[in-house]
Design a protein around this ligand. Structure first.
Ligand code: UD1
Length: 351
């Protein structure tokens, strides 16, 4: 079996990718310091797949600790690098923390990849590299715009670092530019665990629906779009996860045309904030408490993917509809509520 190192394997996209890797015959191992994630998702992975995945609780920004994991696993055949901070607002407040964490960890992993001759490397990138695009949908050749936030800058720099490292090494790489990953595994055994008040739309919707958030604010309805709210390309996290397996297989089967390739991962459908809310209301049968508020600084008006390249070369075929994205996100939120009630109950009994 091919052993694959997944950094950030306890995180939202990392955990879903581990499930997909196992289902496709790979042997994933995780490195995650759990600073922004929980090992609880490993339990969910075990329930879904029957496989107990090992996690090294290591900070990738520490080279020696990272190196030790590679020394213990000299048979790693590929690396999928998810581990990074991802909150846009926080990155504006604490830029150095973002550069330090996201770039040091990437550089350390790449140094180890070179030293231990790991042949394949997949990097989590983002549509944020396109900034505010002049034309949509964006293709992989659309211009890279100045980053809107330090978080975005770490993704742009990260891409460049991987490209340059690929040039000077024997490994091959793929950069995957995610649009807006949402939803949860259909089993509701793994999903997104936002820290504090969620900044992203779909967890904000589901938390409003259960009353954790009193009222959802739609950030602006006076944009030049069909209903005035911003347009994004929401894509199910399981579809995103499967693209990583396909990218690894592409490299392993030598079907890549260039040493470093880049792919957009979006469905190609632009969906407005109000349309997303209405899709949620339809599938959950919950009337959402929302109001229209001011625009959020830094938001772009509209972006969605041209995904032809991923479809053609990776044979990627995103399967989940917007309704399914909302339905699985809702099922996961309800599961979290049940778990919380259970934990509160246990605490109560213990007291
Ligand atoms: C942003 C980043 C993206 C990053 C992602 C992860 C940019 C341009 N995009 O995506 O790269 O991977 O965060 O954190 O930097 N909205 C509301 N009310 C809310 C929350 C959101 O109306 O309470 C709206 C936003 O204005 C936006 C849409 O919902 O139009 C999606 O927002 P969000 O889920 O935060 O994702 P992005 O900002 O698109």
């Amino acid at each position: 079996m091919n052993k694959i190192l997944v950094t950030g394997g306890c995180g939202y996209i990392g955990a879903h990718t581990i499930v997909d890797l196992i289902e496709n015959g790979f042997e994933p191992v995780s490195i995650d310091n759990n600073s922004r994630s929980s090992t609880s998702l490993l339990a969910g992975i075990k329930e879904i797949t029957g496989v107990a995945v090992k996690n090294y609780k290591v900070d990738l920004a520490n080279f020696d600790d990272t190196y030790a994991v590679f020394q213990e696993n000299t048979d790693i055949k590929g690396i999928i690098h998810f581990a990074a901070y991802k909150a846009v607002g926080e990155s504006v407040e604490q830029p150095l923390m973002y550069y330090e964490n996201n770039l040091f960890s990437l550089i350390n992993v790449l140094k180890c990849a070179k030293e231990f001759e790991v042949p394949h490397f997949i990097f989590s990138s983002s549509c944020t590299v396109y900034g505010s695009p002049d034309t949509i949908p964006v293709t992989e050749d659309s211009p890279i715009q100045p980053a809107e936030s330090p978080y975005g800058a770490t993704k742009q720099m990260g891409e460049q670092i991987v490209r340059d490292a690929t040039q000077s090494s024997d490994f091959k790489s793929v950069l995957l530019r995610y649009f807006n990953p949402v939803g949860a595994h259909p089993s509701a055994l793994i999903g997104e665990l936002p820290l504090g008040k969620p900044q992203n739309l779909v967890p904000a919707i589901t938390q409003t629906a259960v009353g954790k958030i009193k009222e959802l604010t739609v950030f602006g309805d006076d944009y030049d779009t069909r209903d005035g709210s911003c347009v994004r390309d929401y894509v199910h996290v399981c579809d995103i996860a499967h693209a990583h397996t396909l990218a690894l297989q592409l490299l392993m089967e030598n079907k890549n045309a260039a040493a470093c390739e880049v792919y957009n991962l979006g469905t190609g459908n632009g969906v407005s904030v109000l349309e997303a809310i209405h899709a949620f209301e339809k599938v959950s049968d919950v009337k959402l408490n929302y109001k229209i508020g001011p625009r959020r600084p830094g938001d772009i008006v509209a972006i969605y993917a041209n995904n032809s390249l991923a479809k053609e070369k990776l044979k990627w075929d995103p399967k989940y509809s917007l309704d399914e994205m909302m339905a699985t996100a809702w099922k996961w939120q309800l599961k979290l509520q049940d778990d919380e009630a259970l934990h509160n109950n246990v605490n109560f009994q213990m007291n």
